[in-house]
Write a protein that binds this ligand. Structure first.
Ligand code: ADP
Length: 626
């Protein structure tokens, strides 16, 4: 029988497949099973109206059989089948099939073998593992069955053959092992079982394999040395109905939890399960999870954000990044949509309009779920925020604050008065009538901030202060700038926006003292002022201008020679004994007064968490005064 040649464009593709060094050869099984499932879909549809067919939905199935001795793997379906023309047109050429798109993309990129993995490459992918393929098929409405056979790029043959039932059987003669490559695994039942679970678990028809099992021989059951025998049993390998396709009311939380833990290798149950189903311009179902703690690799480059993407039950990609925004990258889950083609490439995914719409919808959905958790399950929300709050703050700061409006109401900060995390809305609702700004203080922990002298005045007025203990906190508030038209103000800022009329008089009287201290300290401070905010502490440092102390510390920690320096303002509490003593010493013992000024400045540095310029000089100084 004369061999027919593949159409020319198919040939190149075949060459590539056959000689592929692509590591994901295993996807061939997904492709063949998807084809079988499509073929069954078609006949199943016909069966609805054609009684003569005598088939109901439950009769349809896909069979896998591996024969190690013959080195064959057989995939059979009882779907619509193919006639001679179909075989010519569908398997003889790649035109019109999804593979054609693949080939077009491939043009000019022949060296980039990895591109194969990004496509549904269809029937041809079987040549990655098979040296010879035989297709035996009979089409609905046809009397004749055909056998198609090919060993690869040299062409194919078609002849009539015997087959009683409708459908298609594909027999792969698995390649022999080479020095670099083992193909044996595609004949192992456990490997096949796991591939079906991985790629085709939610195919809607049963994928059945005859599994070799072992059992104790009946007659030796009670003996001390029982003997074993092999037997074969059919097993359905796929679970068929994905959990996200089932109505929410029919699934228990335990089932969702189990699914999440198995699918995403999580130790704990999810904190929140989100089930959503949309029909309309885009149709999709999504099952999302918010983990209950931060994954150990979350803030490393190893962590991959993204959702699993299915197209009608067939896995397209394990991690579709485009489906979740960066600020919600902790969300795990699955999206299943019928609106995508199986053959879509990763690059095409990025620009797919349906996908974009789904991503936008999901973002809104996640935000709404978090908002309602915040309102009605505060304890859960605080747990969530402890795990992923930092991510939300990064989200506010990222992209020049583009997402701040969306995220600001999800933020929590520890409150000086409530002694627990509060939202910005709660803060503003509680603000005192005359209070103009939202105050925050930056420090390593709550205890350190509690001890800051700069907070004294605010406390005495009963003003609430938000504590910023994470490095990203201050940047977050600076990006927000305002909340409900109230400005954020650091307690370390020189101007707290509080009018203190009585103290203005003191300021006038104290100009000699302030000038003296400024002269003593020289360029180390930009200014020396009479403090409006100190009550029991003698001094504090505040920052003037755009750079805060926390920014100075942060930038110097990542780049020690950055030269980033906040302008220091030394504030003196004129009512404090230490300051009064210094003032009187200016007249009687000016050297000693200078030493006092130095010591007070160093104390202010220490309290602000800034390094002393010369620690040993400071200790000498203190000792000289003792
Ligand atoms: P695609 O599935 O992307 O169209 P394939 O190369 O996998 O590309 O398949 C080409 C065509 O061959 C299919 O569109 C289908 O018409 C036909 N085909 C493949 N496998 C089967 C099958 N098991 N039963 C019936 N038709 C099939």
């Amino acid at each position: 029988m004369a061999k027919k040649q593949f159409k020319s464009e198919s040939k190149r593709l075949l060459d590539l497949m056959i000689n592929s060094i692509y590591t994901h050869k295993e996807i061939f099984l997904r492709e063949l099973i998807s084809n079988a499932s499509d073929a069954i879909d078609k006949l199943c549809f016909i069966a609805l109206t054609d009684d003569k067919l005598g088939m109901t939905r439950s009769d349809f199935r896909i069979d896998l059989r591996a024969d190690k001795d013959a080195r064959t793997l057989t995939i059979s379906d009882n779907g619509i089948g193919m006639d001679k023309d179909d075989l010519e047109n569908n398997l003889g050429t790649i035109a019109s099939s999804g593979s054609y798109k693949f080939k077009q993309e491939l043009e000019g990129k022949a060296d980039d073998i990895d591109i194969i993995g990004q496509f549904g490459v269809g029937f041809y992918s079987a040549f990655m593992v098979a040296k010879k393929i035989t297709v035996i098929t009979k089409k609905y409405g046809s009397e004749t069955a055909y056998e198609w056979q090919s060993s690869g790029a040299d062409g194919y043959t078609i002849k009539e053959c015997d087959r009683d039932t409708l459908g298609t059987t594909i027999i792969l003669e698995i390649k022999d092992n080479t020095d670099d490559e083992s193909y044996d695994e595609f004949l192992e039942q456990y490997k096949l079982q796991s591939l079906v679970k991985k790629y085709s678990d939610y195919i809607r028809y049963p994928i059945i394999m005859e599994m070799k099992k072992s059992r104790v021989k009946e007659e030796t059951k009670d003996s001390d040395s029982p003997e074993y025998e092999d037997y074969f049993e059919e097993e359905t390998l796929n679970s068929m109905i994905p959990i996200w396709q089932r109505a929410k009311k029919d699934v228990t939380q335990e089932e969702y939890d189990k699914f999440y833990q198995e699918k995403f290798f999580a130790m704990e149950k999810p904190l929140k399960t989100i089930v959503t189903s949309v029909e309309g311009v885009v149709t999709y179902k999504a099952l999302l999870f918010i983990p209950s703690s931060t994954p150990y690799d979350y803030y490393t480059k190893d962590y991959k954000k993204g959702l699993q993407l299915y197209s009608s039950g067939v896995l397209i990609t394990d991690c579709c990044e485009e489906l979740v925004p960066e600020h919600f990258r902790f969300v795990k889950g699955i999206v299943d949509t019928a609106d995508l083609s199986l053959n879509i490439s990763r690059e095409m995914l990025q620009h797919d309009r349906h996908l974009l719409t789904i991503a936008q919808n999901l973002e809104k959905k996640i935000k709404n779920e978090l908002t309602s958790m915040l309102k009605s399950k505060r304890e859960d929300y605080e747990k969530f925020f402890a795990a992923f709050g930092r991510q939300l703050k990064y989200g506010v700061v990222a992209d020049y604050g583009m997402h701040k409006d969306e995220l600001q109401d999800l933020l929590l900060f520890y409150s000086s008065t409530e002694k627990k995390p509060v939202t910005l809305a709660e803060y503003v609702d509680r603000m005192k009538e005359e209070q103009k700004m939202i105050y925050f203080a930056v420090g390593d922990n709550a205890a350190a901030i509690d001890a800051l002298p700069q907070t004294e005045l605010l406390r005495s007025k009963g003003y609430e202060i938000l504590y910023c203990t994470q490095d990203v906190d201050e940047f977050t508030l600076q990006t927000l700038m305002t909340y409900k038209e109230k400005r954020f103000c650091s307690v370390l800022n020189d101007d707290l926006g509080i009018e203190e009329d009585e103290k203005k008089e003191d300021e006038k009287d104290s100009s000699a003292l302030l000038t003296f201290v400024k002269e003593t300290l020289g360029d180390r401070v930009a200014e020396v002022t009479a403090s409006k905010k100190l009550v029991s502490h003698p001094v504090c440092l505040t920052a003037k201008g755009g750079i805060s102390f926390e920014m100075e510390k942060y930038f110097n920690s990542i780049q020690p020679d950055s030269g980033m320096k906040a302008q220091r303002v030394l504030e003196l509490n004129l009512g404090h004994e230490a300051v009064k003593t210094m003032e009187s010493l200016i007249q009687t013992d000016i050297d000693r007064a200078r030493k006092y000024a130095e010591v007070l400045y160093c104390q202010a540095l220490l309290i602000a968490g800034l390094p002393l310029e010369n620690p040993s000089e400071y200790t000498d100084l203190v000792c000289s005064l003792i």
